[in-house]
Design a protein around this ligand. Structure first.
Ligand SMILES: NC(=O)c1ccc[n+]([C@@H]2O[C@H](COP(=O)([O-])OP(=O)(O)OC[C@H]3O[C@@H](n4cnc5c(N)ncnc54)[C@H](O)[C@@H]3O)[C@@H](O)[C@H]2O)c1
Length: 421
């Protein structure tokens, strides 16, 4: 039985789902194909992705493809209770009521209980975002491992955890690295995070970005998008990095590059997007300007060392909805959005629907690939097949009304040969 906050919120959630759906043409077309072929018939799927409207569309697509779905969120603050209610109640699209275990602001114990509940359904396919389901299966719930065929991982941090498990010989089934598909990280991590992080910051703070010093920690796919959009808003952008190549790339893209130690004293708004812990911590708090705003876009709430900040602060207060003010002993005040959890989802609606259309098209096609190739896939981290990436790109171009050229036979022979000039 579902464990949600309030079923009476379902109507509002259903409106959000319908809005997302009408802006997700790829996933809608794939859903129609899944309805006909039912590749997941009789398969139990446990899914843990940010529980909001786009994810609800993916859940229903898989359910309409024949799966028995058990779903939860992957972060206590990103769950939207109205969407959870709509999924649990069921809409008019034939997907039926779905077993949902998630509510906003769940305690760590409640969050763990929800993850456990979806796995104890007898899950055969694991759709994970950040690696918490896979981790639980390999630690506290190992007795459930024999049922598992494999799974798909949505984000960079989850893939990093899977690679670490693979390296240590710990991973017990194939996990498709959905994050590493080109049609995922090039668009979701860069343009999706780039836009939705600023949407989250702007709607939460109601302050201007133009003219401010924005510090972006990490110049990976997310960091590039966040920095690009900050520049578009008129900010002066500073990048901090640990990778010399990415730091150089940031420099050539026109950004200032420096250590966090130096940047700490200059920034007005800080956004971490590294997947690493303690990026802003007690080494930096006392250097921050009065009024500095800190937030995080990385998967876990470890990038800003919140425990160290709590210990360093003389007092704390609610400055505005979802903004905590910390009075430091040096008399300055600094502000943290959404408890240092990923700002675009814990203080916003996440990526635009058109972006998640591509990411979740890859999820749905990868899950189908997994079930169809269950006897062939190796245990470990598996790449998304190139054909799925190309298929999704073609579908997206077509949905956008764009055509591209095709190689003539002569051109193909020229590109594939080595004799001609
Ligand atoms: N908020 C969202 O909606 C969203 C979307 C996609 C990914 N993510 C998460 O964002 C994080 C980053 O993802 P990505 O795809 O950009 O990863 P990435 O690997 O492409 O980039 C991370 C960058 O951070 C740098 N880095 C690592 N430790 C650092 C440190 N201590 N200081 C400065 N730089 C450091 C790395 O060198 C790398 O260039 C991950 O946790 C990922 O799961 C969030």
């Amino acid at each position: 039985m579902s464990d949600i906050r309030d079923i009476s919120l379902a109507e509002a959630g259903e409106r959000k789902i319908k809005w997302a759906q009408r802006n997700m043409p790829l996933l809608s077309a794939i859903t129609q194909e899944l309805v006909k072929t039912k590749p997941f018939r009789g398969t139990i799927i446990a899914l843990s992705i940010h529980m909001e409207a786009k994810t609800a569309c993916l859940c229903r697509a898989l359910a309409l493809g024949g799966a028995e779905m058990h779903v939860t969120g992957c972060n206590p603050l990103s769950t939207q209770d109205d969407v959870a209610a709509a999924l649990a109640l069921g809409g008019d699209d034939g997907a039926g009521a779905i077993d949902v275990h998630a509510y906003h602001a769940a305690t760590p114990e409640e969050y763990a209980r929800h993850l456990t509940a979806v796995l104890e359904s007898g899950a055969q396919i694991i759709i994970d975002d950040g690696g918490d389901l896979v981790n639980l299966l390999h630690t506290r719930l190992t007795h459930l491992l024999p049922d598992v065929i494999g799974g798909c991982e949505e984000t960079t941090t989850g893939v990093m955890r899977l690679r670490a498990m693979e390296r240590d010989g710990a991973l017990r089934f194939p996990m498709i690295a959905v994050n590493n598909a080109k049609c995922k990280y090039l668009f979701d991590n860069r343009y999706g995070t780039g836009q939705s992080v600023w949407d989250g910051i702007n709607r939460t703070t109601n302050l201007i970005v133009a003219g401010k010093n924005v510090v972006v920690a990490g110049y990976g796919w997310c960091g590039k998008g966040i920095a690009m959009r900050a520049k578009g808003f008129g900010a002066r952008v500073i990048i901090t990095e640990i990778d010399p190549v990415r730091a150089l790339e940031a420099m050539m893209d026109g950004f200032d590059v420096m250590t966090m130690e130096r940047a700490a004293a200059q920034g007005d708004i800080f956004v971490t997007a590294t997947g690493c812990r303690g990026v802003i911590d007690s080494r930096h708090f006392n250097s921050l300007k009065d009024g500095a705003i800190l937030c995080n876009a990385g998967h876990f709430d470890v990038e800003v060392a919140m425990d160290e900040l709590e210990a360093a602060a003389a007092s704390k207060y609610e400055a505005r909805h979802n903004i905590a003010g910390y009075r430091l002993k040096n008399g300055r005040e600094i502000f943290v959005i959404a408890e240092g959890r990923l700002v675009n989802l814990a203080s916003g609606d996440g990526h635009p629907a058109e972006i998640m259309d591509m990411s979740f098209a890859i999820q749905a096609l990868s899950a189908k690939y997994l079930i169809e190739n269950r006897d062939k896939l190796k245990t470990g981290v598996v790449d998304v097949p190139e054909e799925i990436d190309t298929d999704v790109a073609r579908r997206k171009l077509s949905a956008s009304g764009l055509m591209i050229d095709t190689l003539t036979p002569e051109q193909r022979a020229y590109l594939e040969g080595w004799g001609a000039q």
